[in-house]
Design a protein around this ligand. Structure first.
Ligand SMILES: *Cc1c(COP(=O)(O)O)cnc(C)c1O
Length: 426
């Protein structure tokens, strides 16, 4: 099994092992459907008695190979690809909770996730309690209710770059009989493997570093296989017969594969947020060099963060790999090899200085994105958060002079030269 190889080798080889005479590169199976010789065989597939492909909304060989690779990289037992990171966040919870249930989530989340939870899922009848990741174990424990079904956090928050204390939240979740789900998009499994610290489910926006070339929007959910769904009667969808699937009981039939199998057979069947096999092929190309790219992103970002923190026109640099950063100690524990390529910093000259700086960059492009191999930058106050008043901006922790820089893998000398020439014009 490719799983026995080391991490870097798995980036190249896990999930797809060609047999004699088969294509060396993972083929794109761009087909919605699959042909069979008899109705009997097809019937066995529908009853989940036999393994095989019949319709790409449920399963596709290209998608499955890439999911298996990511499962190997995270150290999980199985994974499902989704059409976006947003779909992955929704599925990760909806697979084990329903209308009327309660979820505990970190306050330090990607804006899209916060909106999904606090507006859209709220409309669907889910209740969320948002809790500061710096809360004590007692405060976290006090947030649980009889109908709490999961705890959700971001290992390295986008865009605040705060680190989530996985062990603390895993303990609270497990003491209360629910799983911990984490979004591991920013550190990637190169820098952090949340299952080793007690997380039960990991999800990603693969749009970011896993793809890494800004070609494809996508997501993934990985199950550690460690959570015991049968320990209480909170997860009846997994532990009692599914009437919509011939009365199958997922935990009985599939053991450690229960969570992922239910997600495929139920959520993909009914909601269908499936990626195109072509996008999965592109994602796989990105994964092949993940370990090389992430290392260079982190080296470059640390250099850029050091440069910026010594510049007189900059007031504050947030980058958890800097020794003076508030999250340096947690970064040493959870991400000792590095954090990510994203830095945020403030221009002393405020809004106008940040706009002038951004507009004068030449190599670094202005883009609503992070984690691309090409450096890019965003000024939240004039773009993503432009509808907010100055007071609302400050409440959201976004000062008018704040910029978010996603450091790419170009030569660091060219990146620093571009930052330096643009700062001179401010
Ligand atoms: C981008 C992002 C998402 C959403 O992913 P999409 O692929 O854009 O749908 C979720 N979480 C984090 C941390 C992200 O950066």
């Amino acid at each position: 099994m490719a799983n026995d190889y080391n991490f870097n080798t798995n980036c190249l080889h896990a999930g797809y092992e060609p047999k004699n005479g088969e294509p060396r590169v993972l083929p794109i199976v761009q087909s919605t459907t699959f042909k069979y010789e008899s109705t009997k065989e097809m019937g066995q597939l529908f009853d989940l008695e036999k393994e095989g492909y019949f319709y790409t909304r449920l399963q596709n060989p290209t998608n499955d190979a890439v999911a298996a690779k990511i499962a190997a990289l995270e150290g999980g037992v199985g994974a499902v690809l989704t059409s976006s990171g947003q779909a992955a966040s929704f599925y990760s919870i909806f697979n084990i909770a329903s209308s009327g249930d309660h979820i505990i989530a970190s306050t330090k989340l990607y804006g899209g996730t916060f909106n999904l939870f606090s507006v859209t899922m709220k409309k669907l009848g889910f209740h969320f309690t948002f809790i500061d990741p710096n809360a004590s174990l007692e405060e976290i424990n006090a947030a649980f209710k009889p109908n709490t079904k999961a705890v959700f956090g971001e290992t390295l928050a986008n865009p605040t770059l705060e680190i989530f204390d996985i062990e603390k939240f895993a303990k609270a979740a497990h003491d209360n009989g629910v799983p911990l789900i984490v979004d591991n998009t920013f550190p990637t499994p190169v820098n952090c493997r949340p299952f080793e610290f007690g997380a039960d489910i990991v999800m990603h926006s693969t749009t970011k570093y896993l793809d890494g070339h800004a070609t494809s929007v996508g997501g993934v959910i990985v199950d550690s296989g460690n959570f015991n769904w049968e320990q209480n009667d909170k997860f009846l969808g997994l532990t009692t017969p599914d009437d919509s699937y011939h009365g199958i009981t997922y935990t009985k039939e599939f053991g450690k594969g229960a969570y992922i199998t239910k997600m495929t057979t139920q959520l993909m069947r009914d909601l269908g947020s499936v990626p195109s096999p072509h996008n999965s092929f592109l994602l796989n190309l990105g994964l092949e060099t993940l370990f090389l790219r992430v290392e260079r992103h982190c080296q470059n970002a640390l250099e850029a963060a050091k440069y910026l923190s010594n510049n007189s026109k900059i007031s504050k640099v947030s980058y958890p790999s800097l020794p003076e950063d508030d999250f340096y100690e947690l970064s040493k524990k959870y991400m000792p090899k590095g954090t990510c390529g994203v830095i945020s910093f403030c221009l002393k000259g405020g809004y106008d200085a940040a706009v002038k700086f951004s507009d004068n960059l030449s190599l670094i492009s202005i883009a609503t994105h992070v984690a691309d191999c090409r450096s890019c930058l965003l000024h939240p106050a004039s773009t993503t958060h432009r509808q907010l008043t100055e007071e609302q901006l400050l409440n959201a922790g976004i000062s008018p002079g704040l910029v978010r820089l996603s450091v790419g893998i170009e030569d660091i000398k060219d990146i620093l030269f571009d930052i330096e020439q643009a700062l001179r014009k401010v």
